[in-house]
Design a protein around this ligand. Sequence first.
Ligand SMILES: NC(=O)c1ccc[n+]([C@@H]2O[C@H](COP(=O)([O-])OP(=O)(O)OC[C@H]3O[C@@H](n4cnc5c(N)ncnc54)[C@H](O)[C@@H]3O)[C@@H](O)[C@H]2O)c1
Ligand SMILES: O=C(O)C(=O)C[C@]1(C(=O)O)C=C[C@@H](O)C=C1
Length: 292
Amino acid sequence: MIRKLVIFGVGLIGGSLALALRQANACQTIVGCSRNAEHLQKAVDLGVIDSFSLDPAEAVRDADMVLLAVPMGAMRHLLQQIKPVLPADAILTDAGSTKGSIVAEVAQVFGADFSRFVPGHPIAGREKSGVEAAIPDLYVNRRVILTPQAHTDADAIAKVEAMWRVTGALLEQMPVELHDQVLAATSHLPHVLAFSLVDTLLNMPQREDILRYAAGGFRDFTRIASSDPVMWRDICLTNKAAILAVIAAFQQNLGEFAELIDAQDGEALHNRMEKAKYARDNYVAQFEKQEK
Ligand SMILES: NC(=O)c1ccc[n+]([C@@H]2O[C@H](COP(=O)([O-])OP(=O)(O)OC[C@H]3O[C@@H](n4cnc5c(N)ncnc54)[C@H](O)[C@@H]3O)[C@@H](O)[C@H]2O)c1
Ligand SMILES: O=C(O)C(=O)C[C@]1(C(=O)O)C=C[C@@H](O)C=C1
């Protein structure tokens, strides 16, 4: 049982965790903290948190668990505010989408041997943001990846794992670098592509007709281009090397598709598409099996 959980950034991710913990009675008190009193009051009104404070020092007093769930670009400033007031026995964790930058920032602000920080990332979300989008079952059967380091306290890891397990999540651990490479491929690249596709079409002279006649394919492919630009700008800026590497691989592959189309090589095109369809069908089938 968590005594006092403080959530910095009570939006989709922090709010959904709070709802799941409250539903399971796994936490005595949940306190929200950010810069926006109106958003925090809404979180209280929606029954997501018990109370809030705009003052990090007041918020973290007596806390045993502190979660950072703000955009990646806001993490460093928060860490600096929390550092002088974090109780010695409290656990600090986060839900950020990239891990290399937050791990480096915690080392800079708290010291390279700070053992009470457990980096985390729920691999679940939606294109909607804010506390109004929070739902208690967001994490059911979804993976939560922790990227602890050699010096991370084992008890702190166990407590963060236990917190996420309450939500129905499946826990895994992974090295920071591998996390950032894998997520660049499966999450960051698709978002960049969705934003870039819409941006490309907006710059075409026929854009009005293009959007008027766009149907299911466009809608499915671009759902994630409705995601929060601040969050995605920050993800791109904090996972630069891995994202550039997958963009380069994708450009190469897209160039090959263009060459095959130009050469009217139907057989090679069909083979590549068939291979991709097979892989995608198998990927989707795992979820269909889980849902049955
Ligand atoms: N949305 C997703 O699908 C998803 C999935 C996994 C992880 N994440 C990560 O979780 C974090 C939160 O994402 P979200 O989708 O909940 O976003 P959100 O916009 O729904 O919530 C973010 C919250 O942070 C607050 N905030 C923003 N800037 C702040 C600042 N400078 N100082 C203090 N508070 C600030 C906002 O008021 C809001 O309450 C991000 O780091 C994101 O990368 C998102
Ligand atoms: O389902 C969505 O809308 C998401 O974008 C969720 C998603 C992803 O799958 O890429 C986005 C960012 C995260 O850090 C984790 C999950």
